[in-house]
Design a protein around this ligand. Structure first.
Ligand code: FAD
Ligand code: DLZ
Ligand code: SF4
Length: 504
């Protein structure tokens, strides 16, 4: 008879996971399940599916090598969801109790909470200690203030963990935040940027590719070439490769975009962090060792992981399940098909979507200021936009995708996460990238057939949302421009937007 049955989910692939902390090797059993419900609830990119299943199977092998007793169920042999498969396994092994680390997503936690009643066995849900900030700790912080500014949360985390703090308790370099130095455009004569580490598929990965290729060929995106790390060892090599080759310029060019430069100086580590192959503490510790690198790169990187990553998780758990239901701007338009096909004349959109299809990756500014910005100013329904982001990126799990999309990009939460919508016209895209020079639209033209759609959709967005947004002090410039706009120009903007929206 099994004492504890320990469930490890597809994004808990670490020997340091809390559910394994007190495991008794000769009495307890581990269960890992590939189930069709998890595959089919979204149109997951094929590379995301390969990443998760190959990493799960590699992790199961590591557990076996470490002499743990483990049962691993592959998707072609399993029941359709976690609960049904678990019911089956419990009949076989008759465990005294079930243990699981807190699932990262509300939907799965909801399912887990029903297990005790369905199975008649006690279920213990343990804190996920991989995060710097506990869920309750964030809620206490959130309940103690009116505005939930990321910057203040980040400073609190820096102090708590003594990261980039000098002996007097002050931030190293004198400032908490070097954001102002993170906005450079890529110069024309930049040197070749080394790509992220390519990991050749081994036997396990090749088998997953072949199994998924057959059954899930209709899912979004290119299955091959597959190059992600699927083991802790290779994920650490990817981290070292980033530190050696790209970290130095991460800070200055964090907001830059360039056609055909898919990764620029970004780390491409979220995919490994989110499934558990990398631990955020190890990543920060390794990055901090590079004291000779520019502070705007080191601080900028730490801010993303210790600040943004923890902050969005805190927001998610503090506000779910209501968070996903809001639609502050009442955006109702359908997600255009070109988000799935890449078939659009807008070169910036086409480039980002094509790259997403190829790599299951786009960097932050592409997600925020191209595909996200378009969805915002075109008034696309938040649920459809969130479903797209959750499907197409290999790092997409709802706890991190939802606050970024629903909150940061679409302002559908009414300003809980961001103090204003990040709406931008073609001018911004032209300033930060080179997409416009290869575009059929003209970024300099404001209205009419050849005008860049971002130009009129931008003003149309503020015209449509005047009542909802005009009191926001950070939007004062936009609304004072609208105040001085002639009726003729307003009509032109509305007509161009209407005509354009008809074509998509
Ligand atoms: P880098 O630029 O190298 O940043 C370093 C690390 O910081 C990342 O690996 C990531 O772990 C963390 N990070 C950076 N920005 C954020 C952020 N805003 N929120 C949380 N963590 C952050 N990130 C996801 O991990 N999963 C998602 O599903 C996801 N969806 C997003 C959807 C939208 C609309 C937007 C605007 C952003 C989204 N992000 C998401 C945040 C961010 O875009 C990605 O973390 C980043 O692009 C991953 O690439 P990277 O590892 O090269 O990041
Ligand atoms: C994303 C995903 C997929 C596609 N498949 C599985 C699976 O078969 N088994 C599993 O344990 N996890 C999978 N995941 C991750 C889960 O959907 C979910 O995101 C995590 O369990 C966290 O809630
Ligand atoms: Fe995008 Fe407009 Fe530039 Fe074309 S002109 S690439 S649509 S911003």
């Amino acid at each position: 008879m099994v004492r504890d049955l320990i469930i490890i989910l597809g994004d808990q692939l670490s020997l340091e996971i809390s559910s394994l902390e007190k495991i008794r090797k000769n009495e307890d059993k581990i269960l890992m399940m590939e189930v069709s419900n998890e595959i089919e609830y979204a149109n997951h990119h094929k590379k995301k599916l390969v990443l998760i299943f190959s990493a799960m199977r590699h992790f199961a092998d590591e557990l076996k090598k470490n002499k743990f007793d483990i049962t691993y169920v592959e998707f072609d042999k399993s029941k359709e969801n976690f609960t049904k498969e678990l019911e089956q396994q419990c009949k076989k092994f008759n465990p005294k109790s079930i243990k699981i680390t807190h699932p990262s997503e509300y939907r799965v936690l909801d399912e887990v909470k029903k297990w005790e009643k369905i199975l008649g066995i006690p279920v213990t849900i343990l804190e996920d200690s991989r995060f710097f900030c506990k869920i309750d700790e964030f809620s206490d912080w959130a309940n103690s203030r009116k505005e939930l500014k990321m910057e203040l949360f980040y400073q609190k985390m820096r102090k708590k963990y003594n990261i980039l703090i000098d002996n007097d308790g002050k931030p190293i370099g004198g400032k908490w935040n070097y954001d102002i130095k993170n906005r450079k455009r890529l110069p024309k004569n930049y040197s070749k940027i080394p790509n992220p580490l390519v990991c050749k598929p081994d036997k396990i990965t090749k088998r997953v590719i072949s199994q998924l290729g057959k059954k899930y060929a209709k899912h979004f995106g290119d299955l091959e070439p597959f190059w992600f790390a699927t083991t802790k060892e290779d994920a650490i090599k990817s981290l070292e490769d980033f530190i050696k080759n790209r970290l130095e310029f991460f800070g200055p060019y964090e907001d830059a975009m360039k056609e055909n430069e898919k990764f620029l100086y970004h780390s491409v580590l979220s995919i490994y962090l989110n499934v558990g192959l990398l631990n955020p503490r190890d990543v920060i510790q390794k990055v901090l060792q590079n004291k000779d690198l520019p502070i705007e790169s080191i601080e900028g990187f730490v801010r993303q992981i210790l600040g943004w990553r923890e902050y969005v998780r805190g927001i998610y758990w503090h506000y779910m399940p209501k968070y996903s239901q809001t639609n502050f701007l009442n955006a109702k338009n359908k997600l255009p098909d070109f988000y799935w096909t890449g078939k659009t004349k807008m070169n910036c959109m086409k480039s980002c979507i094509d790259q997403t299809k190829q790599e299951a990756y786009a960097h932050h500014i592409q997600r925020l200021m191209i595909t996200g910005n378009f969805a915002l100013i075109a008034g696309i329904n938040p649920k459809q936009v969130c479903n797209w982001y959750l499907s197409v990126y290999a790092d997409a799990f709802e706890w991190v995708e939802l606050p970024n999309t629903h909150g940061m990009v679409l302002y559908a939460d009414g300003g809980i996460l961001g103090s204003k919508p990040y709406a931008a016209s073609g001018n911004y895209i032209n300033k930060m990238s080179d997409y416009c020079k290869n575009c059929e639209y003209d970024v300099k033209i404001k209205n009419g057939k050849n005008a860049c759609p971002f130009n009129y959709l931008y003003w149309n967005f503020f015209l449509k949302n005047q009542e909802r947004l005009k009191k926001n002090p950070r939007l004062w410039t936009a609304f004072s421009n609208i105040k001085n706009m002639s009726e003729e120009r307003k009509n032109q903007i509305e007509n161009d937007s209407k005509e354009f929206m008809k074509t998509i």
